[in-house]
Structure formats: structure tokens, C-alpha cells
Design a protein around this ligand. Sequence first.
Ligand SMILES: Cc1cc2nc3c(=O)[nH]c(=O)nc-3n(C[C@H](O)[C@H](O)[C@H](O)COP(=O)(O)OP(=O)(O)OC[C@H]3O[C@@H](n4cnc5c(N)ncnc54)[C@H](O)[C@@H]3O)c2cc1C
Length: 375
Amino acid sequence: MSVYDVAVIGTGGVGSAALYHLAQAGANVIGLDRFAPPHSRGSSHGDTRVIRMAYFEHPDYVPLLQQAYQGWHALEELAGKQLYFPTGVLQIGPEQGDVIAGIRQSATKHNLAIESFTASEIPRTFPGVQSPENVVGILERDAGYLLVSECIATYLTGAKQLGTTLLADTPVERWEDQGNEFVLYTTGNTVRAKQLVICGGAWAAQLITDLGVPLTILRKHLYWYANESPHYTAQSKFPVFLMETPQGIYYGFPQIDSQGVKLARHDGGEPLAHAKLHSQAEDNADQTSVENFLSRYLPRLSHQRIRHAACMYTLTPDQHFLLGTHPAHPGLHFASGLSGHGFKFASALGMALADLATTGQTSAPIGFLSATRFS
Ligand SMILES: Cc1cc2nc3c(=O)[nH]c(=O)nc-3n(C[C@H](O)[C@H](O)[C@H](O)COP(=O)(O)OP(=O)(O)OC[C@H]3O[C@@H](n4cnc5c(N)ncnc54)[C@H](O)[C@@H]3O)c2cc1C
């Protein structure tokens, strides 16, 4: 039986990027997934994902985001079409809140271009938005959204064209580190590889059992609302937005084609004991919360809901990613616990994982995401 250079478990958001970069580096690589990505049963579906640089979550992500933006532009060249849409991202909240204070910290540290608006300037500049009192708005013009399924499909097609073996609908039941190689067990089959990359999304806790970092899975909801108002379209310069309100943190996207306006709540969510318990069932309390937000802060948007999807966040205790090489298995590299904000980084994470699996090191600025911070 042939031994691959690298096996990648999970070929969704990050795994598809890792596969492509491994194949590009000349590795003999195989990717296995329990479903057939891009699919809607994990964490990388629902059309779009926000990408922004002035990162309120922590300034240390900014150098990685700079690599991620380059990666997405390279992927657009591979795809021969636009995957990143720089609509701008408007973030609104109290000056001392997590969002605004965090953006200012990142922008100052990394000299990033942002524009500030007072509470009264927000509805004058963005007529679709009614903002809470005592807030400010920050617009980052070179930010926007990515088309998530197209990104994954492009990476997988590119990897395949470079000779990668892709096994869809093939759950890996367990793996063993035999010292000189990893053995992966699927139903009725085994795969051998010298290096292993795990990008298991919400299933990471079952795939990387001995890391000692608890992961919390949350079921999250996305809603699309019909729109006839010109104020919520990208053509009228309505940006992606995120708003920290007294009721919670909400975000949304401009209308894209006939798909309506997508809205969601970022905080909250229903804890799941296992990813297998995930379903597309609706959640009345979450929907009510989003529609109260809509009534209060997007007064010209219709309440006619045209679509719903449920998706999973996988949170680490500090809501920063887990990324790097496993301390007990030098040939095992992983990205997990992306904590509901990982897709925008997938291009950079894929490159970093490919570096680690092919050379044992990476120049990507990922040290702050090492699992050893919890030990
Ligand atoms: C509602 C929602 C909104 C979000 N919004 C944003 C946003 O605006 N911006 C942003 O940057 N991020 C956002 N995120 C987070 C981002 O989408 C995720 O962090 C990212 O997509 C996760 O990618 P992944 O590769 O870890 O997981 P996935 O794409 O889910 O991939 C994991 C893959 O592993 C496979 N797998 C699991 N177990 C096995 C096994 N045993 N054998 C084989 N295959 C297996 C699964 O089938 C799956 O395909 C959001 C997430 C959600 C849910």
C-alpha cells in the first residue's frame, strides 16, 4: 500500500486550503472528509463570510490577515473570478466596548486605514442604519466578504488538478501515530501517511483527543430577509456591518443578487455536546432576537424571512484559534477551535499547515495561537 507524504482529515474551509498548498509544494497528498465539501453540515456554509483587517479580537491576528488577503487574491487568480468583495465593513459600538476599542488598538498598532463616524453621522451616511445612542461607527473600506463555497471548491479543484487524491463521504474513525507514519482507519479501509494534518472543524475534539484544551460547540443561525429598499444593496454602498448593542452583537451583509439581506447574531448560541447533534432546526428565541434587532436598527428592511441555515462555531476557552504542531505527535499539525471567526484566515492557515507538514516549520506569524498557551 502506498504511503502518502501527507493526509489531511477534513477538507472544508481550512483543510481545502491546506490540501491545495500541500499539492502546490509538490507533496503526494490525500484529503478525506466525512461529507463532500463544500457542504452545509459543518462550519463553512451560508454563502458569505466577513473579512476585515483592523481586528478587534486581537492585534496579533493582523500580520496573519495580511497573508490571508494575499492568499485570497491568489485564489481569485486561480478561480478566474472574484471571490472577495470589498464592500467595506462598518462596525458600530460604544467607544469603550470590545469592538471599537479593539479595532482602534489594531489599527493604531498596524497603521491601518479606518474612518470614524459619530452616532448622528451613521444614519446620515448609511441611511439604512439606525444606530444605538452613545456609539461610534468605524468603517474599514478595504474589508468585505468572501464567497465561502466558491473558495473551498476552487481550492479542492486546484488540489485535484495538481494530483491530490480526494476521498469524500469517508469519515476517518480513528488514527494511530506509529512513529514513522500515521495510519488512518475509515470504514473498511486504511490510509498511510508520513504526516497528518487535521482540520476537523466541529469534530476536532474527537480527532485530536489528547490536546487537553476543551472545545465548546455552538449551534448558530443565519437568516436572509427579502429586500426592496435601495439602502441595503452593495450598489448603494451599503457595507457589511457588525453592531455591538445592549442586546448583543449582530452582523449582516448587503443584499447580493436576489438572495436578500443576511443577518445573524454573533454572541449567544446553543451548546452541543457533539457535532453529530447538529441539525438545521430553527430556534425561535434566536430568530426573535435577530428580528428585534432588525426592527430597531434596520428600519427600512422587510421582515419577510426567505431563508434560514444553522451552522457550528467551535470555541476555545479564550476564543482564539488552536494552530500548530501537536506537542506529543511531531508529525501532526492542526487548525481547530476557530471560534466563529476563522474562515477569513483559511488561505493563510492552509499555507502555514502546508509549511509545517512539508518542512517542519513556518514563517507565518502563528506562535500566539499555539495550544501550549493553555498548559
Ligand atoms: C454562522 C457562522 C458565521 C460565521 N461567520 C464568519 C465570518 O463572517 N468570518 C469568518 O472569518 N468566520 C466566520 N465563521 C467561522 C468560520 O466559518 C469557521 O471558523 C470556518 O469556516 C471553519 O472552517 P473549518 O475548516 O475549521 O471547518 P469546516 O469547514 O466545517 O471543515 C471541517 C471538515 O472536517 C470534516 N470532518 C470532520 N470530522 C471528520 C472525520 N472524522 N473524517 C473526515 N472528515 C471529517 C467535516 O466534514 C468538514 O468538512 C462563521 C461560522 C458560522 C457557523
